[in-house]
Design a protein around this ligand. Structure first.
Ligand code: SAM
Length: 205
């Protein structure tokens, strides 16, 4: 996985690669699909949701340009796999999932595996997690119609926000926004992706 799916496709942040090397994806995938855990494909995790493909997790983690002291908000905990990866490259991860069974499963697994720098909450992540804002970085693992203003407000100066934006059921654009010190935002399109929808007050309703 590291050589063929990550390095060969341009992932070169050594801290992201190290994290991907040690987080056991087979434990976050359904037991019946453990043999597929290091193939580069999403896998079903229940509630009609998926654990993202390894390349996507690494690409988004790299795009966040994380420092060791950073605090990160993740929207879309799913299995908890990407939160575990992120927690190995930053100081703390606050991750929000709207489906209670997924949030509870991820919380229990992360605790069992010792990922004590990750906190999980069940709520509408399109509204963020304001109690712990501002964040150095925000990553959204589901596609919305636009970047929620509430998430922008929770990004600190110099912060990066990475999120797929675009229609449901088709492909979307993975965008990165930076908040400059004066409060303005600049935006880059990183590439074309395909994600499940962000369902919520500032998502698809
Ligand atoms: N990062 C996850 C992992 O490593 O397993 C995969 C995330 S999956 C592609 C997207 C997740 O976003 C789903 O679990 C879905 O339920 C969740 N989601 C969608 N809308 C949400 C919202 N408004 N708030 C929180 N989670 C949401």
């Amino acid at each position: 996985m590291l050589r063929r799916h990550l390095a060969a496709r341009g992932i070169d942040d050594p801290r992201v690669i190290d994290a991907m090397a040690v987080v056991p994806r087979e434990l976050f995938a359904p037991r019946s699909r453990a043999h597929d855990a290091y193939a580069d494909r999403p896998l079903p995790i229940g509630m009609g949701q998926t654990i993202s493909q390894p390349y996507m997790v690494a690409w988004m983690a790299e795009a966040l340009e994380l420092g060791a002291g950073d605090r990160v908000l993740e929207v879309g905990t799913g299995s908890g796999y990407s939160a575990a990866v992120l927690s190995r490259v930053c100081r703390a991860v606050y991750t929000v999932e709207r489906h209670a069974p997924l949030a509870e499963g991820a919380r229990a697994l992360l605790r069992k595996l010792g990922y004590d720098r990750v906190r999980v909450r069940c709520s509408d992540g399109s509204l963020g997690w304001p109690e712990h804002a501002p964040y150095d970085a925000i990553v959204v693992a589901a596609a919305g119609p636009r970047i929620p203003g509430t998430l922008r407000d929770q990004l600190g100066p110099g912060g990066r926000l990475v999120m797929p934006v675009g229609a449901v059921g088709g492909s979307q654009s993975l965008v990165r926004e930076r908040r400059d010190p004066s409060g303005g935002f600049s935006r880059e399109a990183l590439g074309v992706v395909r994600f499940v929808p962000l369902i919520g007050e500032e998502g698809w309703g």
